[in-house]
Design a binder for this molecule. Structure first.
Ligand code: G3I
Length: 314
């Protein structure tokens, strides 16, 4: 039988992975899988502020460029990740600047990076994890951006991004917003007001860091309500934590859970991509969760075949 290539089965959608330069070209089996199975990549850490602008005005494009060149070499797209987030910030951003200085630093960061990658990136996670976990009591997460700019934080970043480059899709990306709940309701009303006010936003990313057997049953309906606003939607960081031993029952349930998530995307016509957050279980941000579709030996797990089925409408 011909080998299963998920990126082909995903068409017209993209199938993606978080790519990591620690393993790319250093682990041959990783490189083999990542070179064949995916049509879109998100740099796992390489474009985050602390790595790409560690000192003010000093940009290091070496690692992110490696991913962009790799993606070009395998005819895959790239999602930039990310501009505005409360984590992985260098101290100079997180502590010492006045509001005016921080505003200029944000604009310079976005402008310099988007100019560097002009014509090369499919999308940007302009906003990452800015909605509060305490909705509806609080709408925005408490971090340096909201401390300095309040509710103007997200519009600032989106507006700066659109002003540099009209081409890439501008995303708001978050976790805990996958099902219909207080947090996704807060996101929905923020996004609705942005659309009414003409703030640039093209798409919503749903991270989907899930635990076994806990896929929200409102996932598909939730994707659809954001799509109905006229936006693209995407699954941006999918993984499913076994949270226990990797026996046959758990691996079968994990496969079912992957199917459920990919199927929800397939059922939503504006769902443009499914990205898994890593490739194989040995190179995940969750070291012992066996969260990914390939095992540590880079062999496909039941989840891999379930993803194939979901893309094929089976
Ligand atoms: O590179 C340094 C290395 O020099 C140092 O010796 C080592 C010691 O701890 O740390 C290394 O940095 C680590 C980095 O990953 C690269 O491996 C950081 O400690 C570690 O915190 C960092 O974790 C990343 C995490 O974001 C940080 O917030 C994960 O790899 C990455 O998968 C994860 O990704 C996030 C998304 O961006 C946003 N959504 C949630 C998702 C999972 O947390």
């Amino acid at each position: 039988p011909s080998p299963i290539i998920l990126r082909n089965l995903a068409v017209p959608r993209f199938f993606g992975a978080a790519a990591n330069t620690t393993f790319l070209y250093h682990d041959v089996n990783y490189t083999e899988v990542i070179s064949t199975q995916f049509s879109i990549f998100t740099p796992e850490n390489e474009m985050k502020w602390e790595n790409i602008e560690p000192e003010q005005g000093i940009f290091d494009f070496s690692a992110p460029d490696e991913i962009v060149h790799f993606a070009e070499s395998v005819d895959a797209k790239v999602r930039g990740h990310n501009f505005m987030w409360g984590n992985q910030l260098p101290a100079w951003v997180n502590t010492s600047l006045s509001a005016t200085e921080l505003d200029r630093a944000l604009e310079n960061h976005i402008t310099t990076i988007m100019n560097h990658y002009r014509g090369k990136l499919y999308a940007w996670d302009v906003i990452n994890e800015m909605i509060s976990d305490n909705a509806p009591n609080e709408t925005f997460k408490d971090n340096i951006w909201t401390q300095k700019f309040g509710e103007e934080a997200m519009p600032k970043a989106l507006t700066y991004a659109r002003a540099v480059d009209k081409q890439p899709k501008l995303y708001i990306n978050d976790y805990g917003t996958e099902g219909i709940n207080a947090k996704s309701d807060a996101l929905y009303s923020v996004v609705s007001s942005f659309l009414k006010d003409g703030v640039a936003v093209d798409a919503i990313g749903f991270q989907c860091h899930f635990t076994l057997n806990q896929i929200p049953d409102t996932l598909a309906r939730n994707l659809q309500r954001f799509a109905d606003l006229g936006l693209d939607v995407a699954i941006t960081e999918l993984d499913i934590n076994l949270d226990g031993p990797a026996n046959a029952t758990a691996l079968a349930q994990q496969a079912q859970d992957y199917w459920t998530v990919v199927n929800a995307c397939v059922q939503t016509n504006r769902c443009v991509s499914v990205t898994v957050w890593g490739v194989s279980d040995d190179h995940s941000w969750i070291p012992n969760g066996e969260v990914l579709p390939w095992n540590a030996e880079k062999q496909p797990k039941p989840a891999f075949y379930a993803i194939a089925d979901a893309f094929e409408g089976k």
